[in-house]
Ligand binder design. Structure first.
Ligand SMILES: [Zn+2]
Length: 421
């Protein structure tokens, strides 16, 4: 039987996956119940979990035994908002000096850092050159290490808006591929990006902090435009993420039917109420303000960007607290790329500081994120049927979320990707 499995594994070309593995560890945090399970045992077959229980209580099949030692296991983390091919230390005009191939290479390096930090799934909500599609394919083949990627490819937006690049004068003739104006052009843009690999549609409903010449609070697409875009994406089976800081833009995006609102900085009571009633998720990047204000000038950001960040930071954290208290569904989205990749887990402490319990913050990055992705059958929980994506940390993250900043073990699809015990 053993040799038979080896033959099958070799035929599949994935000798590390096509087998039964029985994992044991000191503890496991069950994110659904919030309970700590002592002496857990997890069985994985061909990269998927087939059994979870307590050692001595769960009947386990023959297979390779892997004892992960004195760690607390929890599901691989999910970051709903990253830009893998961005480098925060190359911000502002200096970024224009680098060719497309440079950013693709950056994406490879940052995917590795993100995985090593315990994030086994990410939504890449905006990059150029379809580099997130190529990166995803290379990771899936096992050519380079990285998380599972849900690629958006280009962020869609209006001419001159936050998703455009407004740094260069007209004579340079710079056109960004994600730009479209008017309902029909936006529908066509969704179709085009879907054709070339987008698995989620990201668009800019309002201005933003790190673009030039945009007012962070100003709406940039009409209700008719957003509605057409969302309708088209949903028809293709894609979820839609709206970048929206300003109050009117947040409300219009929710009314247009988006699935997640990114940033949601100036969400007022009515916006919060609308989100709650529509079941719209908020993905609020409430850590990176600290980094941008401390490092932005040195990294090349323009003073107008820093002024916008000063306007947004505290307001966004207050809106996060109000939305959470009101019962809006929330996921973990960090905007890594505007601050260093690999530091994603720094946001957990901010989420706790602004109103979540540690287990709620962990759920936002596991079970809730999986639900918002529509992939709850695959990721976000250590449970039968889901991919064997697990991380191990010292201590108890349900008491101290800071322990998530030092991930000792990373397992993705049943393959041990990191062991730093
Ligand atoms: Zn972003």
């Amino acid at each position: 039987m053993k040799s038979m499995m080896l033959v099958v594994a070799l035929l599949m070309g994935t000798a590390g996956q096509a087998q039964t593995i029985v994992y044991t560890a000191a503890r496991m945090l069950d994110v659904a119940s919030g309970q700590m399970i002592e002496q857990p045992v997890i069985v994985a077959e061909n990269g998927r979990i087939t059994g979870v229980g307590r050692q001595g209580q769960l009947a386990v099949p023959d297979g390779r035994r892997v004892d992960l030692g004195n760690v607390t296991l929890l599901p691989g983390l999910i970051d709903m908002h990253v830009h893998l091919s961005s480098d925060p230390t190359l911000s502002g005009m200096q970024a224009l000096r680098y060719p497309a191939s440079f950013w693709t290479a950056i994406g490879v390096a940052m995917a590795g850092k993100t995985l090593a930090a315990g994030f086994t799934t990410v939504r890449n909500v905006g990059s150029a050159n379809f580099d997130d599609v190529g990166l995803k394919l290379a990771i899936e083949r096992g050519s380079v290490p990285g998380p599972r990627i849900v690629p958006a490819t280009y962020a869609i937006g209006a001419t001159g808006g936050h998703c455009d690049n407004n740094a260069l004068p007209a004579e340079y003739g710079y056109d960004r591929r994600g730009i479209a104006d008017g309902p029909e052009a936006l529908r066509a843009k969704v179709r085009e990006l879907h054709k070339y690999g987008a698995e989620v549609i990201k668009f800019c409903a309002t201005g933003g902090v790190l673009s030039l010449g945009t007012s962070v609070g100003a709406q940039q697409l009409s209700l008719a435009e957003m509605t057409a875009l969302v309708e088209e994406a949903h028809m293709l089976g894609l979820k839609v993420a709206a970048h929206a800081h300003g109050t009117a833009g947040i409300k219009t995006a929710i009314r247009a039917g988006v699935d997640t609102v990114e940033h949601a900085s100036f969400a007022d009571a009515e916006a919060i109420d609308l989100a709650k009633k529509a079941g719209t998720w908020f993905s609020m990047d409430i850590y990176n303000d600290d980094y941008i204000l401390a490092e932005g000038a040195k990294n090349g950001l323009d003073e107008q960007n820093l002024a916008k960040e000063r306007e947004v930071g505290l307001r966004q954290r207050q809106a996060f607290q109000a939305a959470w208290r009101a019962g809006v569904k929330m996921v973990f989205g960090s905007d890594a790329g505007v601050y260093p990749h690999g530091d994603n887990a720094r946001q957990f402490a901010k989420m706790v500081e602004w109103g979540m319990t540690p287990i709620d913050a962990i759920r936002a990055a596991t079970i809730k994120a999986a639900e918002a992705l529509g992939r709850e059958g695959d990721v976000g929980q250590i449970a039968p049927g889901r991919m064997a994506d697990m991380i191990g940390v010292a201590g108890d993250p349900s008491r101290d979320v800071a322990s998530l900043r030092d991930v000792k073990i990373v397992i993705k699809g049943g393959v041990l990707m990191k062991d730093a015990r």
